[in-house]
Design a protein around this ligand. Sequence first.
Ligand code: NAD
Length: 483
Amino acid sequence: MPLAQLQDPALLKTDAFINGQWRSGAGRFAVTDPATGRHLADVADVSAGQVREAIAAAEAAWPAWRALTGKARHAALLRWFELLMQHQQDLARIMTAEQGKPLAEALGEVAYGASFVQWFAEQARRASGEMPAAPAPGQRLLVMRQPIGVCAAITPWNFPLAMITRKVAPALAAGCPVVIKPAQLTPLTALAAAELAARAGLPAGVLNVITGTQTAAYSQALCESEAVRHMSFTGSTQVGRVLMAQCAPTVKKLALELGGNAPFIVFDDADVPAAVQGAFASKFRNAGQTCVCANRFYVQAGVYDEFVSRLAGRARAAKVGNGFEPGVEIGPLINEAALQKVQQHVDDALAKGGRLAAGGHALHGRFFEPTVIAHARADMLCAREETFGPLAPVFRFETEAEAIAAANATEFGLASYFYSRDVARVFRVSEALECGMVGVNTGLISNEAAPFGGVKQSGLGREGSAHGLDEYLEMKYVCLGGL
Ligand code: NAD
């Protein structure tokens, strides 16, 4: 049992965290290990009434939290960061157990998730206003930035810690309390992080975690509340649209990090072995279940065959298995529906003339072989939809204009990648791609210092970076006259 080996067993929490207390729910729901199907824990299934309690607790905690100096909030967040890193091993074990990603990746996510807490601890001290020059005599103009109020965060299962800290850390740094609703499939990492926040001394009500299965009722309670002034959601575009509509009656500020369909372009002038390495990292980490995952590979005719054969070789060499086994690079898919979607995309691509270069088959349980399909075409499902699994379809192109047009032919615009050694092309293509983030000669782009987010139907707003704090601050303009 992976969770029997925690160094600090007290991190395994199964109750919701409301107003500084661990609370059982109206019932309980099971959390299972996607690698083995084994039962891990029964977690509190809260009622909509308990969500309203969490909102009320956050509202009550707000005046004291916002009244603290930025320096005091910096200190509290820094203690949380240190505890997250001290418990990196345990948090990673919990994450691998409930989400399936290889332990090395889980350790990486803990460090990545904690980096937002450290970053925004620093930013807490740097929030500032402006004093623009007045256009009329006898006036002074002042622009102050104030915390927006109670914030809600709804997060997905693919990054059980980082998607939480990327929202919660800036909200707390800005002086806002938060109610978090983590994904039903991965609540244990969120609860362990909340336990560490409590140990770091965060006051009751400032951070609340509601767990459960009645997702629509929770989002309704959060969205219809006048007290909740900000809703931040990471997940599918489909649910993002629902939340957008639900937030309309109370005119809430909304941040949406939604789905992607990232293109990965390899030009003839690229370093092909480096492009294959980047492609493998971008496509297959987290078994392809990453919103910024490359979904479509466009490779120029001159290097097409070499790229396909090298990527197929790399995919065949990858070890698939339980994330706790040493050397495993690809873990299970999160559930049966995810596995079936990959199979459907593979079958569709093969039926439409795709050539299997590697993989193509489901293994035991929820494991799927890392798959490379050559001769991919625009009418395949995998060209239009996010596969969210270990499938790399490779399209051939002749000209730069053709590649850019194909890359942009999607309603999504989260991440894009390309490999080229031509400096003029690097600028030209970076400017032409319709997306929020571009990886040039790299397959890994996410970090706390960079603004993360998308355009088109991939979402609204940016997380991380110096801009991440703005999301949780309202501007207030004060005009001083008669001076
Ligand atoms: P999802 O939209 O199904 O679920 C995300 C969260 O929303 C979960 O907490 C879920 O319980 C909740 N939810 C589901 N239905 C809801 C409803 N009707 N009302 C309110 N909340 C609801 O997404 P998922 O399957 O957990 O995650 C995968 C998706 O998330 C992919 O599309 C991926 O691209 C996207 N994603 C985006 C980013 C980003 O930063 N842009 C990051 C990670 C994942």
